[in-house]
Design a binder for this molecule. Structure first.
Ligand code: FES
Ligand code: FE
Length: 481
């Protein structure tokens, strides 16, 4: 099956078309491509599974998925963050059925094996009668399968199913510079509320692309939100004055701010002076220059493959004043035509309580399951996913070349380092540089087979049977060969 999938991809030139910005429409609803994404995108990339603040105390846990693989993401009694594959070592029952909570142990509902929150087996009913004790089944060293890789950045917890994945920081690359604006406004980082979860009949890639760089849809899709005066800027067309950037694993959009110094510009989007002062201590001088000197305020962004962030500043209550909010969201694929959206509200942990309350309100007005932007956006995504399943879509190449001329030169030249102090490449004006960057990375992954991963045996009798706590190692050779 693997071999056939690759041939299909090669023969029809799907990936080559993606790279030149002519997107085969069916990639947004194609079973075979989704099967390949499972194997080569989601079994390889670093995938977000939660934030440290969600599991602040020993025993706190959340259950999160990487596609179909459920993980118990927990803080053990020693304070260490762990992600256990949520499948009982006995007959495979889901050990933890709750979505979040606090537990020192997890007991499987099927036959009652129990595990400490560090993953180790602690109880096995009728161990002596059923297995002849340790002679038949060695409990020692047996534990729930750990995620092959786990790492955090600014409290964001990621796992990778690839034991040979590059370090998280390397994977994120220069996008870390931009991630800090959302997650490091003070020394305490962010705290989260949520997630709200809901399903949309849309392909997961569409949301990721939209948040990465689509400033062009705002004047059309979100006209009404601007018309009712939710924003201080009277014209959605102003978005073209912002910059888009791409660096490392992700990219995003910005708004152009009016004249002013750093303090004035941060206050313009609604940050109280005490938060401005903390940002000045905790962001780097280049991070501050992007706002204070260059006049760009970060807005939406996506990290490959399926994590997005938002920063916006609508009017809240009846006030003329605007107030910023941050949202973290994940496009969790269910199938080629369905996505579960997870949407968190995030706020600087040191922000004043009144700010937190109003910022939450600002978030709920705009995003989340009832948010005005969310509702506007999703109708487009559902409709295009639906149409992408038909046979005509296989004949259509969507033009995703905005921002470049026929000879690949840029419509508006890239911003210089003096104009934009952030890393990566940045442009002003409407463009699809970021959407192309995201899908090119996707194409690279689809073309690259994964290593075969060694299996883990549970308390098995054979010579050399592996301890489930051992790091899962990849063997040489590839699936497609
Ligand atoms: Fe978990 Fe049997 S499946 S104890
Ligand atoms: Fe939108």
């Amino acid at each position: 099956r693997q071999r056939r999938l690759i041939q299909v991809t090669d023969q029809t030139g799907v990936l080559a078309d993606v790279r030149r910005g002519m997107i085969p429409a069916h990639v947004y609803n194609d079973r075979e491509i989704f099967e390949l994404e499972k194997e080569r995108v989601f079994a390889r990339a670093w995938v977000f599974v939660g934030h440290e603040s969600e599991i602040a105390q020993p025993g706190d846990y959340v259950v999160r998925r990487v596609l179909q693989d459920s993980f118990i993401v927990t803080r053990d009694e020693e304070g260490e963050i762990r992600a256990h594959f949520n499948m009982c070592l006995h007959r495979g029952m889901q050990v933890c059925r709750a979505e979040m909570g606090n537990a020192s142990h997890f007991r499987c509902p099927y036959h009652g094996w129990s595990y400490r929150n560090d993953g180790r087996i602690v109880g096995l009913p009728f161990h002596q009668d059923a297995y002849g004790g340790e002679a038949g089944f060695k409990r020692n060293g047996q534990r729930l399968l750990p995620a092959p890789n786990l790492a955090t950045y600014n409290g964001l917890i990621f796992v990778s199913l690839d034991p040979d994945a590059p370090p998280l920081e390397e994977f994120l690359g220069d996008f870390r510079f931009y991630l800090d604006y959302y997650t490091k406004q003070s020394g305490s980082g962010i705290e989260l509320r949520g997630p709200q979860r809901w399903r949309v009949k849309a392909n997961w890639k569409i949301g990721a692309e939209n948040f990465a760089g689509d400033m062009y849809h705002t004047p059309q899709t979100h006209t009404s939100v601007v018309e009712i005066g939710l924003f201080r800027e009277p014209k959605a067309e102003k978005r073209k004055d912002g910059a888009t950037y791409w660096a490392g694993a992700g990219g995003g959009t910005t708004y152009k701010l009016p004249e002013g110094d750093l303090d004035e510009r941060l206050r313009y989007v609604g940050y109280p002076q005490e938060m401005v002062d903390r940002m000045k201590q905790h962001l780097s001088s280049d991070q501050l220059k992007v706002i204070g000197d260059d006049g760009f305020m970060i807005s939406a962004a996506s990290i490959y493959p399926n994590l997005s962030l938002v920063h916006n500043w609508p009017r809240v209550a009846d006030s003329e004043n605007v107030l910023p909010f941050i949202s973290i969201r994940q496009w969790q694929p269910i199938s080629e035509d369905e996505t579960e959206v997870l949407s968190w509200f995030a706020v600087d942990a040191e922000a004043p309580e009144e700010f937190k309350a109003l910022s939450y309100k600002a978030y709920l007005m705009c995003f989340g399951s009832t948010g005005m932007f969310e509702q506007d956006d999703v109708e487009n995504w559902v409709s295009l996913t639906n149409t992408a399943a038909g046979s005509m879509a296989r004949r259509l190449r969507l033009n995703s070349r905005m921002g470049i001329l026929e000879d690949d030169t840029e419509v508006i030249p890239q911003l210089t380092v003096e104009q934009f102090h952030g890393p990566g490449s940045a442009h002003t004006g409407y463009s699809e540089y970021n959407q192309r960057a995201l899908l090119s990375r996707w194409a690279d992954d689809l073309e690259t087979p994964m290593s075969i991963v060694a299996t883990v045996e549970v308390g098995g009798p054979r010579e050399g049977a592996q301890d489930a706590s051992a790091k899962i190692s990849a063997a040489a050779g590839d699936v497609a060969a």
